[in-house]
Design a protein around this ligand. Sequence first.
Ligand code: HEC
Ligand code: HEC
Length: 441
Amino acid sequence: MPTKVQCLLTCLVLTSVACGRDDSPSSETGEKHQRIITTETETEAVEQQPKHRTIDSTPDLNASLAIFEKRILPIFRSAKPSSCSECHLSGVDLKEYIRPTQQQTFSSLVSAGLIDLQKPDDSKILQLISRRPEQPSLVTEEVRKEEYEAFRRWIRAAVVNPNLVADDNAESIGSELPIEVIRHSRRDRVLSSFVENVWTEVTRCAACHSPDRNQKQVKEHGEQVSWIKLRDPQATLDYMLETDLIDTDEAEKSLLLMKPTMQVEHGGGQKMVVGDRTYKQFRRFIDDYAAVVEGKYAEVEELPKPIREVSVVTDIWLKFKGIPAKYDKMLLQVDLYRKTDSGSAEYRVATSDRPVFGKGNLWQHSLSLTAPRGSKWAEEMRSKQLPPGIYLLKMYVDHTGKLQNDFTAKLGQDDFIGQVKVESLWPVGYGRMTVVKFPAE
Ligand code: HEC
Ligand code: HEC
């Protein structure tokens, strides 16, 4: 069917259609109600009324340029973020798909495959712009509509402008960043990192900071203690950013870190120390978030390494008694390994860390369950239960205070102080702690 193919490829027929819905102002398109018809049925319709076609082609040439200057260039020059920012925190912007001149923009978009010469309305660039979240903000939705209309009108006019030439060697257009960086900077990715690193941990703070549980604190200290937004990690993150609990200029000065580590006074006392597991997770998120919004990542190698271990906070408590007082105030970390027939498993299934209370010769804290990402145990541990049984507990103490100097440091063989086998039902609840006598050294 050569004629049909030929027609689809070449018959970009301009016609006037009786159409009250196309609201193109004539000043911009030159020709009112112009539409590009490419489908068969519509082509037939066109053939029946060829006499309506405007013969004078001069306005066509000016039309695309007029639209480009009036509608596309302002997007290019605008200081405001484009609608893309609703999903991409950084890394891509509509401006990057525009060049200073119409010809450059056209040839670059065509050679990048973003303009469909045959079916301009199906152009990929329009698909990119029309992407919208389930609940777009009203403001962004307005911006998006304008961008879409601007590009749609310009592309329609541009593909029929014989003065604009496609050029396969045109300068590349769009973000220069590696795809991994663009992906990393997407809002949905950032939110899941927030959930993994912060949201899961703040259950530790919920007794005083969650609005369903902190009536007393609110009465005494005011509404701002309710910084956890119930069942809504995105709202919690937004709130933390608005109120500078997360400070993207000086990550380590964020109140979310300073308060619970008592680097500034905290109504709840010391809940974390610099370098402990929760602190590391908070920093992982905050440092990364700051780098994303400031557009600091240019190379794949600069992205944070994926963490192989995932964790959940539980209300299973563990207590050591008889700890030597010399460990007072030092961070003690305990890792739990499952006993197997051939010894103990190679990865820890739970961990906990907190400074020793030397005077009382004791240490107690809730457990976090841990698992290799993607493992069966990672699924199972979501129940926040540790199966009853015998576990090997390995203890480490930060003798040298290295975590204070470098929060990324890890406790390892040098810090090992002993191990003990413990059998327990691992019941849940502060009142039902598993109590272990600290092994003699
Ligand atoms: C509704 C959210 C949303 C909006 C708005 C959005 N994007 Fe995306 N974008 C995504 C998602 C999700 C992906 C990855 C999944 C995919 O490729 O289908 C993505 C992927 C991309 C990629 C490819 C990188 C990759 O992961 O393969 C580019 C480039 C891109 N978007 C550019 C843009 C531009 C330019 C805009 C604005 C005109 C924009 N996006 C608007 C959600 C969005
Ligand atoms: C035993 C109760 C309690 C616990 C548990 C607690 N806090 Fe607090 N926190 C308070 C009180 C009371 C205040 C208000 C007084 C103040 O600002 O110090 C407060 C204030 C804060 C603030 C300042 C909020 C603002 O907008 O002014 C931050 C941030 C904070 N806590 C972080 C944490 C984190 C993180 C945790 C968990 C790791 C935590 N807190 C656990 C009692 C607690």
